[in-house]
Design a protein around this ligand. Structure first.
Ligand code: ATP
Ligand code: SKM
Ligand code: MG
Length: 179
């Protein structure tokens, strides 16, 4: 069992909002490792960061990513920083990974003051710039496809993803071509 697709990207890329739309369009389930981590810890992400620290959050996240890749057969969204762990990047090999890209202007607009996102608690704009610069190469490394989300609605982004998935099914016939 493997996810239909795995969405990666920085905070505000729209992994959760777009992922829910793609899953609903396909009639499959949606899973988000951020929610899985919260379930594992029994508390919201900001509280994990405050009580236990980022390192503990990343440990729970690695467990959540491995579990979800092995057991979820719908659309999967990864936490924005999941690709930092070499273990997670290696685990993504062979999966259909889609990078939802967003540049600074739109990302900042979308996350606002970073409510619920502990890494953005101080100076969200500068932090997001740093995270984008640091992570862009990692998102690109793990992804087989990049979908640009700047200036587009989650519905438009979901439509492009759904079209790509449908095309791919057409491009992979079960048997040899007729004739
Ligand atoms: N393409 C888009 N256009 C405009 N707004 C968007 C778009 N995608 C998401 N948003 C809005 O941006 C905010 C952040 O989106 P979302 O929570 O889906 O991002 P995320 O990638 O899951 O972030 P995180 O990594 O923090 O979980 C939400 O308020 C959402 O409605
Ligand atoms: O970019 C990150 O490192 C994070 C993104 C969110 O999805 C959460 O996983 C958490 O707030 C950390
Ligand atoms: Mg999300």
């Amino acid at each position: 069992m493997a996810p239909v697709c795995v969405l990666v990207g920085v905070m505000g890329a729209g992994k959760t909002s777009t992922g829910l739309l793609v899953a609903s369009g396909l009639g499959v389930g949606f899973r988000d490792t951020d929610s899985d981590v919260e379930a594992l810890a029994g508390k919201p992400i900001p509280e994990i960061f405050v009580d236990d620290g980022e390192e503990h959050f990343r440990t729970l996240e690695r467990a959540a990513v491995a579990e979800a890749l092995a057991s979820h057969d719908g659309v999967l969204a990864l936490g924005g920083g999941a690709i930092l762990a070499e273990e997670n990047r290696a685990a993504l090999a062979g999966h259909r990974v889609i990078y939802l890209s967003v540049e600074l202007t739109d990302a900042v607009r979308r996350v606002g003051l970073g409510a619920g996102r502990p890494l953005l608690a101080i100076n969200p704009r500068a932090t997001l710039k740093h995270l984008l610069d640091q992570r862009r190469p990692l998102y690109t490394e793990v992804a087989g496809q990049t979908v640009v989300t700047d200036g587009r609605t989650p519905e438009q982004v979901a439509e492009e993803i759904l079209a790509g998935l449908a095309d791919d099914r057409v491009g992979r016939p079960a048997g040899p071509p007729a004739g």
